[in-house]
Write a protein that binds this ligand. Structure first.
Ligand code: GLN
Ligand code: ZN
Length: 765
C-alpha cells in the first residue's frame, strides 16, 4: 500500500482564526487559556481534515503560534540571554517576546531578526547562536500536541526542523572581542544530545515516525557541512524512532549521494521543483528505505493532473512497492487553506485550483489510484482532473494570441535605452535642473484610517467611484501641498489609491485573479493574499496615468510616476505553471512598458519602477543565479527602455544586499536607484563603490521602520559617508522606503529635517 501523508499543513485556519486569536491575546482582549483552546481546536480540525482526506498519518509539530523555527528554538532552549529565561519551560510570552520584542507579560527586549525561509515569502525568526551555547529540552509543547493527537485517535507522524537546517538558518551573535570567529557548526555537538532526547521522548509516547526537515540539503553546502550531515545522522540513528529525512524546494544535486546514503529509514524528495531527481534517487536508494515522493505542488495553487502523475509514478511504485509514500512537495504552509470557502472566483477558474485542503485529497487519491484500490468516487476524481486540465490548457481565457505574438516579436533593441547613461544624464540635467543632493520620497505617504475606510466603502459599494476618486484626489492634493511646504525637489503623489503595490496593478491587468480568502502566512499573525496569474498578461487601459497627471497638474516640480516592476509583481503572486516564470515575467514587462510610454506621453518626466523583490527571486543554487538575473534584468529593461533620453527612470529596492548581484543592478541601467541603507551605516554602498557603479544613487537616510525622527546631523553624516563612496554629484537624498505605515505627525518633521540635511550638504559640497 502506498502511504499518503503531508509534510505540514497551514495553521492559520480557513478564516484566519489563529491570526485573530493571537492578535486579541496580544491586545489583552483574550486570555491565554482562550488562545490555547482556539489553537487546540484548529489543530484538531486540521488533523481531522487529514484523516477525512484519507491520509494514513497526521502530522504533528507543524503548529506554531508564531513560527515553526521559533518553536524549535524554544524546544532547544535557544533563548537569547536578553529575554532572561535561563531555566524552566520556555513559556508562550517569552516566545512572543523573541518574535516581537514584547508580550502581555515579561520585560520588552529587542526582537530576534526575521528573514525569508529559503525562497519562500514566509519569514522565520533567525536562531541566535552564541559561542558555548547550552541547549536543553526546554518546552513540552510538542509532546503535549502528540498526546492531543493520539487522544483523538490519530496515527501520528511528528515533523520537526532537523538539527543541521536549524543551525544553517541561524546566525552567529556575540563573537568575542578577540576577533576570533566561531562557526555555527561548532554547536552541533551540544545540540545533538537534545535532539536525541526529543526523539527518545517521542518514542516513549508511541511515535513511530519523525520527519526531520533538512531543506538545507538542496543548497550549495560547504564540505564541513556535508561531513556534519554524516556524523550528525550517524549519531541520531540510535534514536528509538524511524526518521524520515525531508528535503524540499529543489534538487539535491551534488548532495544527492550524501543524502541518499544517510542512515535514516526514509527520505522525502521534491519532484515538483526537481522532477529529474526521482529516477536518480530510485537508482541509489538502499533497499531498506522508504521514499516519500513530493508530487503535489506545495508552493502553488494549481490543481494537479492526476493521470499524468499516475504515469510518472508507476515506475516508482513498481520498484518500491510498499516503500513508496506520497506527499505534497513541501509543507502546505505556503498555499491558502481551503478553496471551498472561496467566493470571489468564478466556477471555471475555481475548478483549476487546489488549496491545502484539496491537495490532501489529491495526495490520497493518487496513492489509491497507484495501488489500484481507488473507489469509484476517486476514479472519477481522476477523470475530472484530466477534463479540467485539458480545458485549462485550451481555454481562451489563458491564451491571448496578441500577447504571445508581441512577446515573440521582442528584439534586443527593445530593452536598450536610446543613449548611454552619460548622454541621458546630460539631457535630464538640462530638463530638470535639479540641485546637488536632490531630495525625494519613495512613493507612498501615510495610509490613514480615513483612506482605508474610503476604499473599503468604495469596494463595498457604499461610496461611488466618483466620490471615491474625489477623496483620493484630495489626498494627493494634500500630499503635494505638504511637499511644496517642505521644499522637496522631486515629488510623489503618495499612492493613496493603492492598497498594495502588487494588488493594485494585478486588479487592472488581464490574466490576474484575486481570491477572497486565499490567505497565506507571511510572518507571525501577518498573512498575504497573493494574486493568481492564470493567463496571458496584458493591459487594456492605463492604470496610473490619470492619478499622476492630476498630481503633476498641481505643481511645477517634477512628479514621479510610480510603478511596481515586473519581477516584483511575479515574485509576489502565484504564477501559472504551464509556461516558464520567465515567459510570464516578459508579458508583465510588456504590459508595464505601455504604462511607462503613456506616462511619458502625459508629460511625466520621471518614472520610478520599484523592484524590491528582485533579489528574493534568486534561485537556491548559485549556479542558477546568472540565468535568473539575466532574464529579470531584461524584463526590467523591457519595461523601462521605451522612454526618451530626457525621461528619467528610477528604481527602488529595499531589504537587499548588493555585493553579489551588483553587476546585475548596474545592468538595470536605471538613471537613479534608491535603496534602503540607513541602518547599515552606508556599508551597502561599498558594493556600488567597488563596482564603480556608474549611475545615480539615493541611499536611504531615514529608517521608515522606526517611529523616531532622525537628526539632521545624523543624516548629514550618513550622506558624507555615502559621498566617500559615490561622487556627490550622483547622490540623492531620500528615506529608506515608502512612508505608508507612518503617520503624518512622524513624516513631516522627518522630511523637514531631511530637506535641511540636503541644504547643509549643498553648503559643504
Ligand atoms: N513605492 C512603494 C512605496 O513607497 C515602494 C514600496 C516598497 O519598496 N516595498 O510604498
Ligand atoms: Zn522599499
Amino acid at each position: 500500500m502506498t502511504l499518503a501523508h503531508t509534510l505540514g499543513y497551514p495553521r492559520i485556519g480557513a478564516n484566519r482564526e489563529l491570526k485573530h486569536a493571537v492578535e486579541a491575546y496580544w491586545k489583552g482582549e483574550l486570555t491565554q487559556d482562550a488562545l490555547e483552546s482556539t489553537a487546540a481546536e484548529l489543530r484538531a480540525r486540521h488533523w481531522q481534515d487529514q484523516r477525512d482526506a484519507g491520509l494514513d498519518l497526521v502530522t504533528v509539530g507543524d503548529f506554531a503560534f508564531y513560527d515553526q523555527v521559533l518553536n524549535v528554538s524554544a524546544l532547544l532552549g535557544a533563548v537569547p540571554p536578553r529575554f532572561g529565561q535561563v531555566a524552566g519551560e520556555v513559556d508562550l510570552d517569552t516566545a512572543f517576546r523573541m518574535a516581537r520584542g514584547r508580550a502581555p507579560t515579561g520585560t520588552p527586549a529587542a526582537a530576534c531578526e526575521m528573514t525569508k525561509y529559503f525562497d519562500t515569502n514566509y519569514h522565520y525568526l533567525v536562531p541566535e547562536l552564541y559561542r558555548d551555547q547550552d541547549f536543553r529540552l526546554a518546552s513540552s509543547r510538542l509532546f503535549d500536541e502528540v498526546d492531543e493527537a493520539r487522544a483523538a485517535g490519530h496515527p501520528v507522524k511528528v515533523a520537526l526542523l532537523g538539527p543541521l537546517s536549524w543551525l544553517w538558518l541561524g546566525k552567529v551573535k556575540g563573537d568575542d572581542a578577540s576577533g576570533e570567529t566561531f562557526e555555527r557548526l561548532e554547536l552541533l555537538d551540544s545540540l545533538l544530545p537534545v535532539y536525541g532526547e526529543i526523539l527518545t521522548r517521542l518514542a516513549s509516547q508511541g511515535v513511530e515516525w519523525v520527519q526531520l526537515d533538512e531543506p538545507a540539503l538542496v543548497q550549495d553546502l560547504p564540505l564541513e557541512w556535508r561531513q556534519a550531515y554524516e556524523s550528525a545522522y550517524n549519531m541520531l540513528q540510535s534514536a528509538p524512532v524511524k526518521l524520515l529525512l525531508a528535503t524540499y524546494f529543489g534538487d539535491l544535486g551534488d548532495n544527492l549521494a550524501l543524502t541518499v546514503g544517510l542512515p535514516v529509514e526514509g527520505l522525502h524528495i521534491d519532484v515538483v521543483r526537481a522532477p529529474a531527481q526521482l529516477e536518480r534517487v530510485l537508482d541509489r536508494l538502499p533497499a531498506y528505505k522508504v521514499l516519500s515522493v513530493g508530487v503535489i505542488d506545495g508552493r502553488n495553487v494549481w490543481r494537479a493532473d492526476l493521470a499524468t502523475l499516475r504515469e510518472t509514478l508507476a515506475n516508482a511504485r513498481m520498484r518500491l512497492g510498499d516503500r513508496l509514500w506520497l506527499a505534497p512537495s513541501c509543507s502546505l504552509l505556503h498555499v491558502p487553506v481551503d478553496l471551498a470557502g472561496e467566493t470571489a472566483l468564478d466556477e471555471e477558474l475555481k475548478g483549476w485550483l487546489a488549496f491545502a485542503r484539496q491537495k490532501l485529497d489529491e495526495v490520497a487519491t493518487l496513492a489509491r489510484l497507484l495501488d489500484g484500490r481507488a473507489t469509484p468516487e476517486e476514479a472519477s476524481r481522476l477523470a475530472d482532473a484530466t477534463a479540467v486540465f485539458d480545458a485549462r490548457r485550451g481555454s481562451p481565457r489563458i491564451h491571448r494570441p496578441g500577447v504571445a505574438a508581441r512577446v515573440a516579436a521582442v528584439t534586443a533593441r527593445d530593452s536598450q535605452r536610446a543613449s548611454e547613461y552619460p548622454v541621458r544624464a546630460r539631457a535630464q540635467w538640462e530638463r530638470f535642473d535639479l540641485p546637488l543632493f536632490p531630495t525625494t520620497a519613495i512613493g507612498s505617504f501615510p495610509q490613514t484610517s480615513e483612506i482605508r475606510a474610503a476604499r473599503r466603502a468604495f469596494k463595498q459599494g457604499e461610496l461611488d467611484r466618483e466620490a471615491y476618486e474625489t477623496r483620493m484626489r484630495e489626498e494627493i492634493a494634500f500630499a503635494v501641498e505638504r511637499q511644496e511646504a517642505l521644499g522637496l525637489d522631486v515629488f510623489v503623489h503618495g499612492e493613496p489609491e493603492r492598497n498594495d503595490m502588487v494588488e493594485y496593478f494585478g486588479e487592472q491587468l488581464d490574466g490576474f485573479a484575486f481570491t477572497a480568502k486565499g490567505w497565506v502566512q507571511s510572518y507571525g499573525s501577518r498573512c498575504v493574499k497573493p494574486p493568481v496569474i492564470f493567463g496571458d498578461v496584458s493591459r487594456s487601459q492605463a492604470m496610473t496615468v490619470g492619478w499622476s497627471e492630476y498630481a503633476q497638474s498641481l505643481t511645477d516640480k517634477p512628479m514621479k510616476g510610480m510603478l511596481t516592476g515586473p519581477v516584483t509583481i511575479l515574485q509576489w503572486s502565484f504564477v501559472r505553471d504551464d509556461q516558464s516564470r520567465e515567459a510570464t515575467c516578459r508579458q508583465i514587462a510588456l504590459a508595464l512598458r505601455d504604462e511607462v510610454a503613456d506616462l511619458e506621453a502625459a508629460g511625466i518626466g520621471i518614472i520610478q519602477i520599484d523592484e524590491p523583490a528582485l533579489r528574493e527571486g534568486l534561485p537556491l543554487r548559485q549556479a542558477e543565479w546568472q540565468r535568473y538575473l539575466d532574464w529579470a534584468v531584461e524584463c526590467f529593461r523591457l519595461t523601462s527602455s521605451v522612454v526618451r533620453d530626457d525621461t528619467q527612470i528610477h528604481t527602488h529596492m529595499c531589504y537587499s544586499e548588493f555585493n553579489d548581484i551588483i553587476a546585475s543592478i548596474a545592468a538595470l541601467d536605471a538613471d537613479v536607484i534608491t535603496i534602503e541603507t540607513s541602518r547599515s551605516d552606508m556599508e551597502l554602498l561599498d558594493a556600488f563603490r567597488d563596482f564603480a557603479y556608474p549611475n545615480e544613487i539615493g541611499p536611504g537616510v531615514y529608517d521608515i521602520h522606526s517611529p523616531n525622527t532622525p537628526e539632521v546631523a545624523w543624516m548629514v553624516a550618513l550622506m558624507e559617508q555615502a559621498a566617500e563612496r559615490i561622487p556627490a554629484e550622483r547622490l540623492w537624498v531620500n528615506p529608506d522606503c515608502g512612508l505608508k505605515t507612518r503617520s503624518w505627525a512622524e513624516v513631516e518633521p522627518a522630511l523637514r529635517r531631511m530637506v535641511e540635511a540636503a541644504h547643509e550638504l549643498r553648503r559643504r559640497y
